[in-house]
Design a protein around this ligand. Structure first.
Ligand SMILES: O=C(O)CCC(=O)C(=O)O
Ligand SMILES: [Fe+2]
Length: 294
């Protein structure tokens, strides 16, 4: 971010054409070194709390999508890193890191981070003892959606973006590049009907080195495999301001802490503005009933 508050195309260093074509882009050296080290320390504490059940908001092995049961054989994620009860305010600083925000602005064609909406910040980790995997899915389009309906939904304008930022080596995510722009092929439908975790033609494994992030379209066809090899990967989402539907989606999952008037205290001006954008969007929503979960 430069002094005018405009996103820095150079510091973002993002190949937008590749992102449009493939539905994903990998970014190097995301966090400044000191923040990267601090992120590892904070994540270590969060993971310990999660594994010891001192932190109740966890992704439990055996279930791919929210809501997750409070306990299970093992865990594959820690939810709500910015929750004040976790007492790790550094996650607010990491979430609003200027380089992360500038990449999101580039993807969303926004002039500055002031036009972003604060959303969710979670951690994806390796299960300790129990390997787990997710089936092929698109985050906002249910798997059984027929291809013609899928095509319509995939044509919706982009309203947000999300990323995985690896703190250690990570090769868990598998995607089919380009599948965010087209419905499932007949071959994909037939393959996934047999086995929803089967390899698909042209799939690639996203291999991240420490401090690399992948920004990806949440409706790209993707799955993930978790063995017990160490994984500590931050998973954040950001929206465009004024996205009432997204604000509802973010705030529907019992995230009362985000609605607290003091949530953004201690955040910088940009973070405060992004939080305000979220709350304003939610306030404009007439219908606060549940929508499709992501
Ligand atoms: O673990 C990952 O990298 C992907 C997780 C995912 O696809 C999801 O939570 O919807
Ligand atoms: Fe997903």
């Amino acid at each position: 971010m430069d002094s005018s508050g405009k996103p820095h195309e150079l510091s973002a260093g993002i190949d937008l054409a590749a992102f449009e074509r493939d539905g994903l882009v990998v970014i190097d050296d995301v966090l400044p070194q000191d923040l990267f080290e601090a992120a590892k320390e904070a994540c270590h504490i969060a993971v310990e709390k999660g594994r010891k059940e001192e932190w109740p908001h966890r992704r439990t092995v055996g279930k791919a999508f929210p809501p997750w049961p409070p306990s299970g054989p093992d865990i594959w994620g820690i939810q709500h890193l910015m929750h004040p009860d976790l007492k790790l305010p550094i996650f607010k600083q990491i979430y609003t890191d200027p380089k992360l925000l500038s990449i999101a602005c580039a993807i969303l064609s926004l002039p500055s981070a002031e036009s972003l909406q604060l959303e969710l910040f979670n951690l994806l980790i390796n299960p300790h003892t129990t390997p787990f995997s997710l089936p092929y899915h698109r985050d906002t389009i249910p798997a059984p959606t027929p291809p013609p309906e899928e095509a319509k939904l995939l044509a919706r304008p982009r309203t947000g973006t999300q990323y995985n930022l690896a703190l250690y080596d990570d090769a868990c995510l598998i995607v089919v590049p380009g599948s965010h722009r087209r419905p499932k092929t007949d071959e994909e439908v037939a393959t996934l009907k047999e086995n929803e975790k089967a390899p698909l033609k042209d799939e690639i494994r996203v291999v991240l080195k420490p401090n690399q992030a992948v920004f990806y379209e949440n409706d790209i066809l993707h799955r993930a495999e978790y063995d017990t090899k160490k994984r500590v990967t931050l998973h954040g989402s950001l929206g465009k301001e004024g996205q009432v539907e997204r604000a509802r989606m973010v705030l529907q999952h019992g995230v009362e802490y985000l609605k607290d008037a003091g949530f953004a205290d201690g955040m910088g001006d940009t973070g405060k503005r992004m939080w305000r954008n979220l709350i304003d969007g939610y306030g404009k929503s007439a219908d606060k009933t549940k929508i499709h979960e992501i």
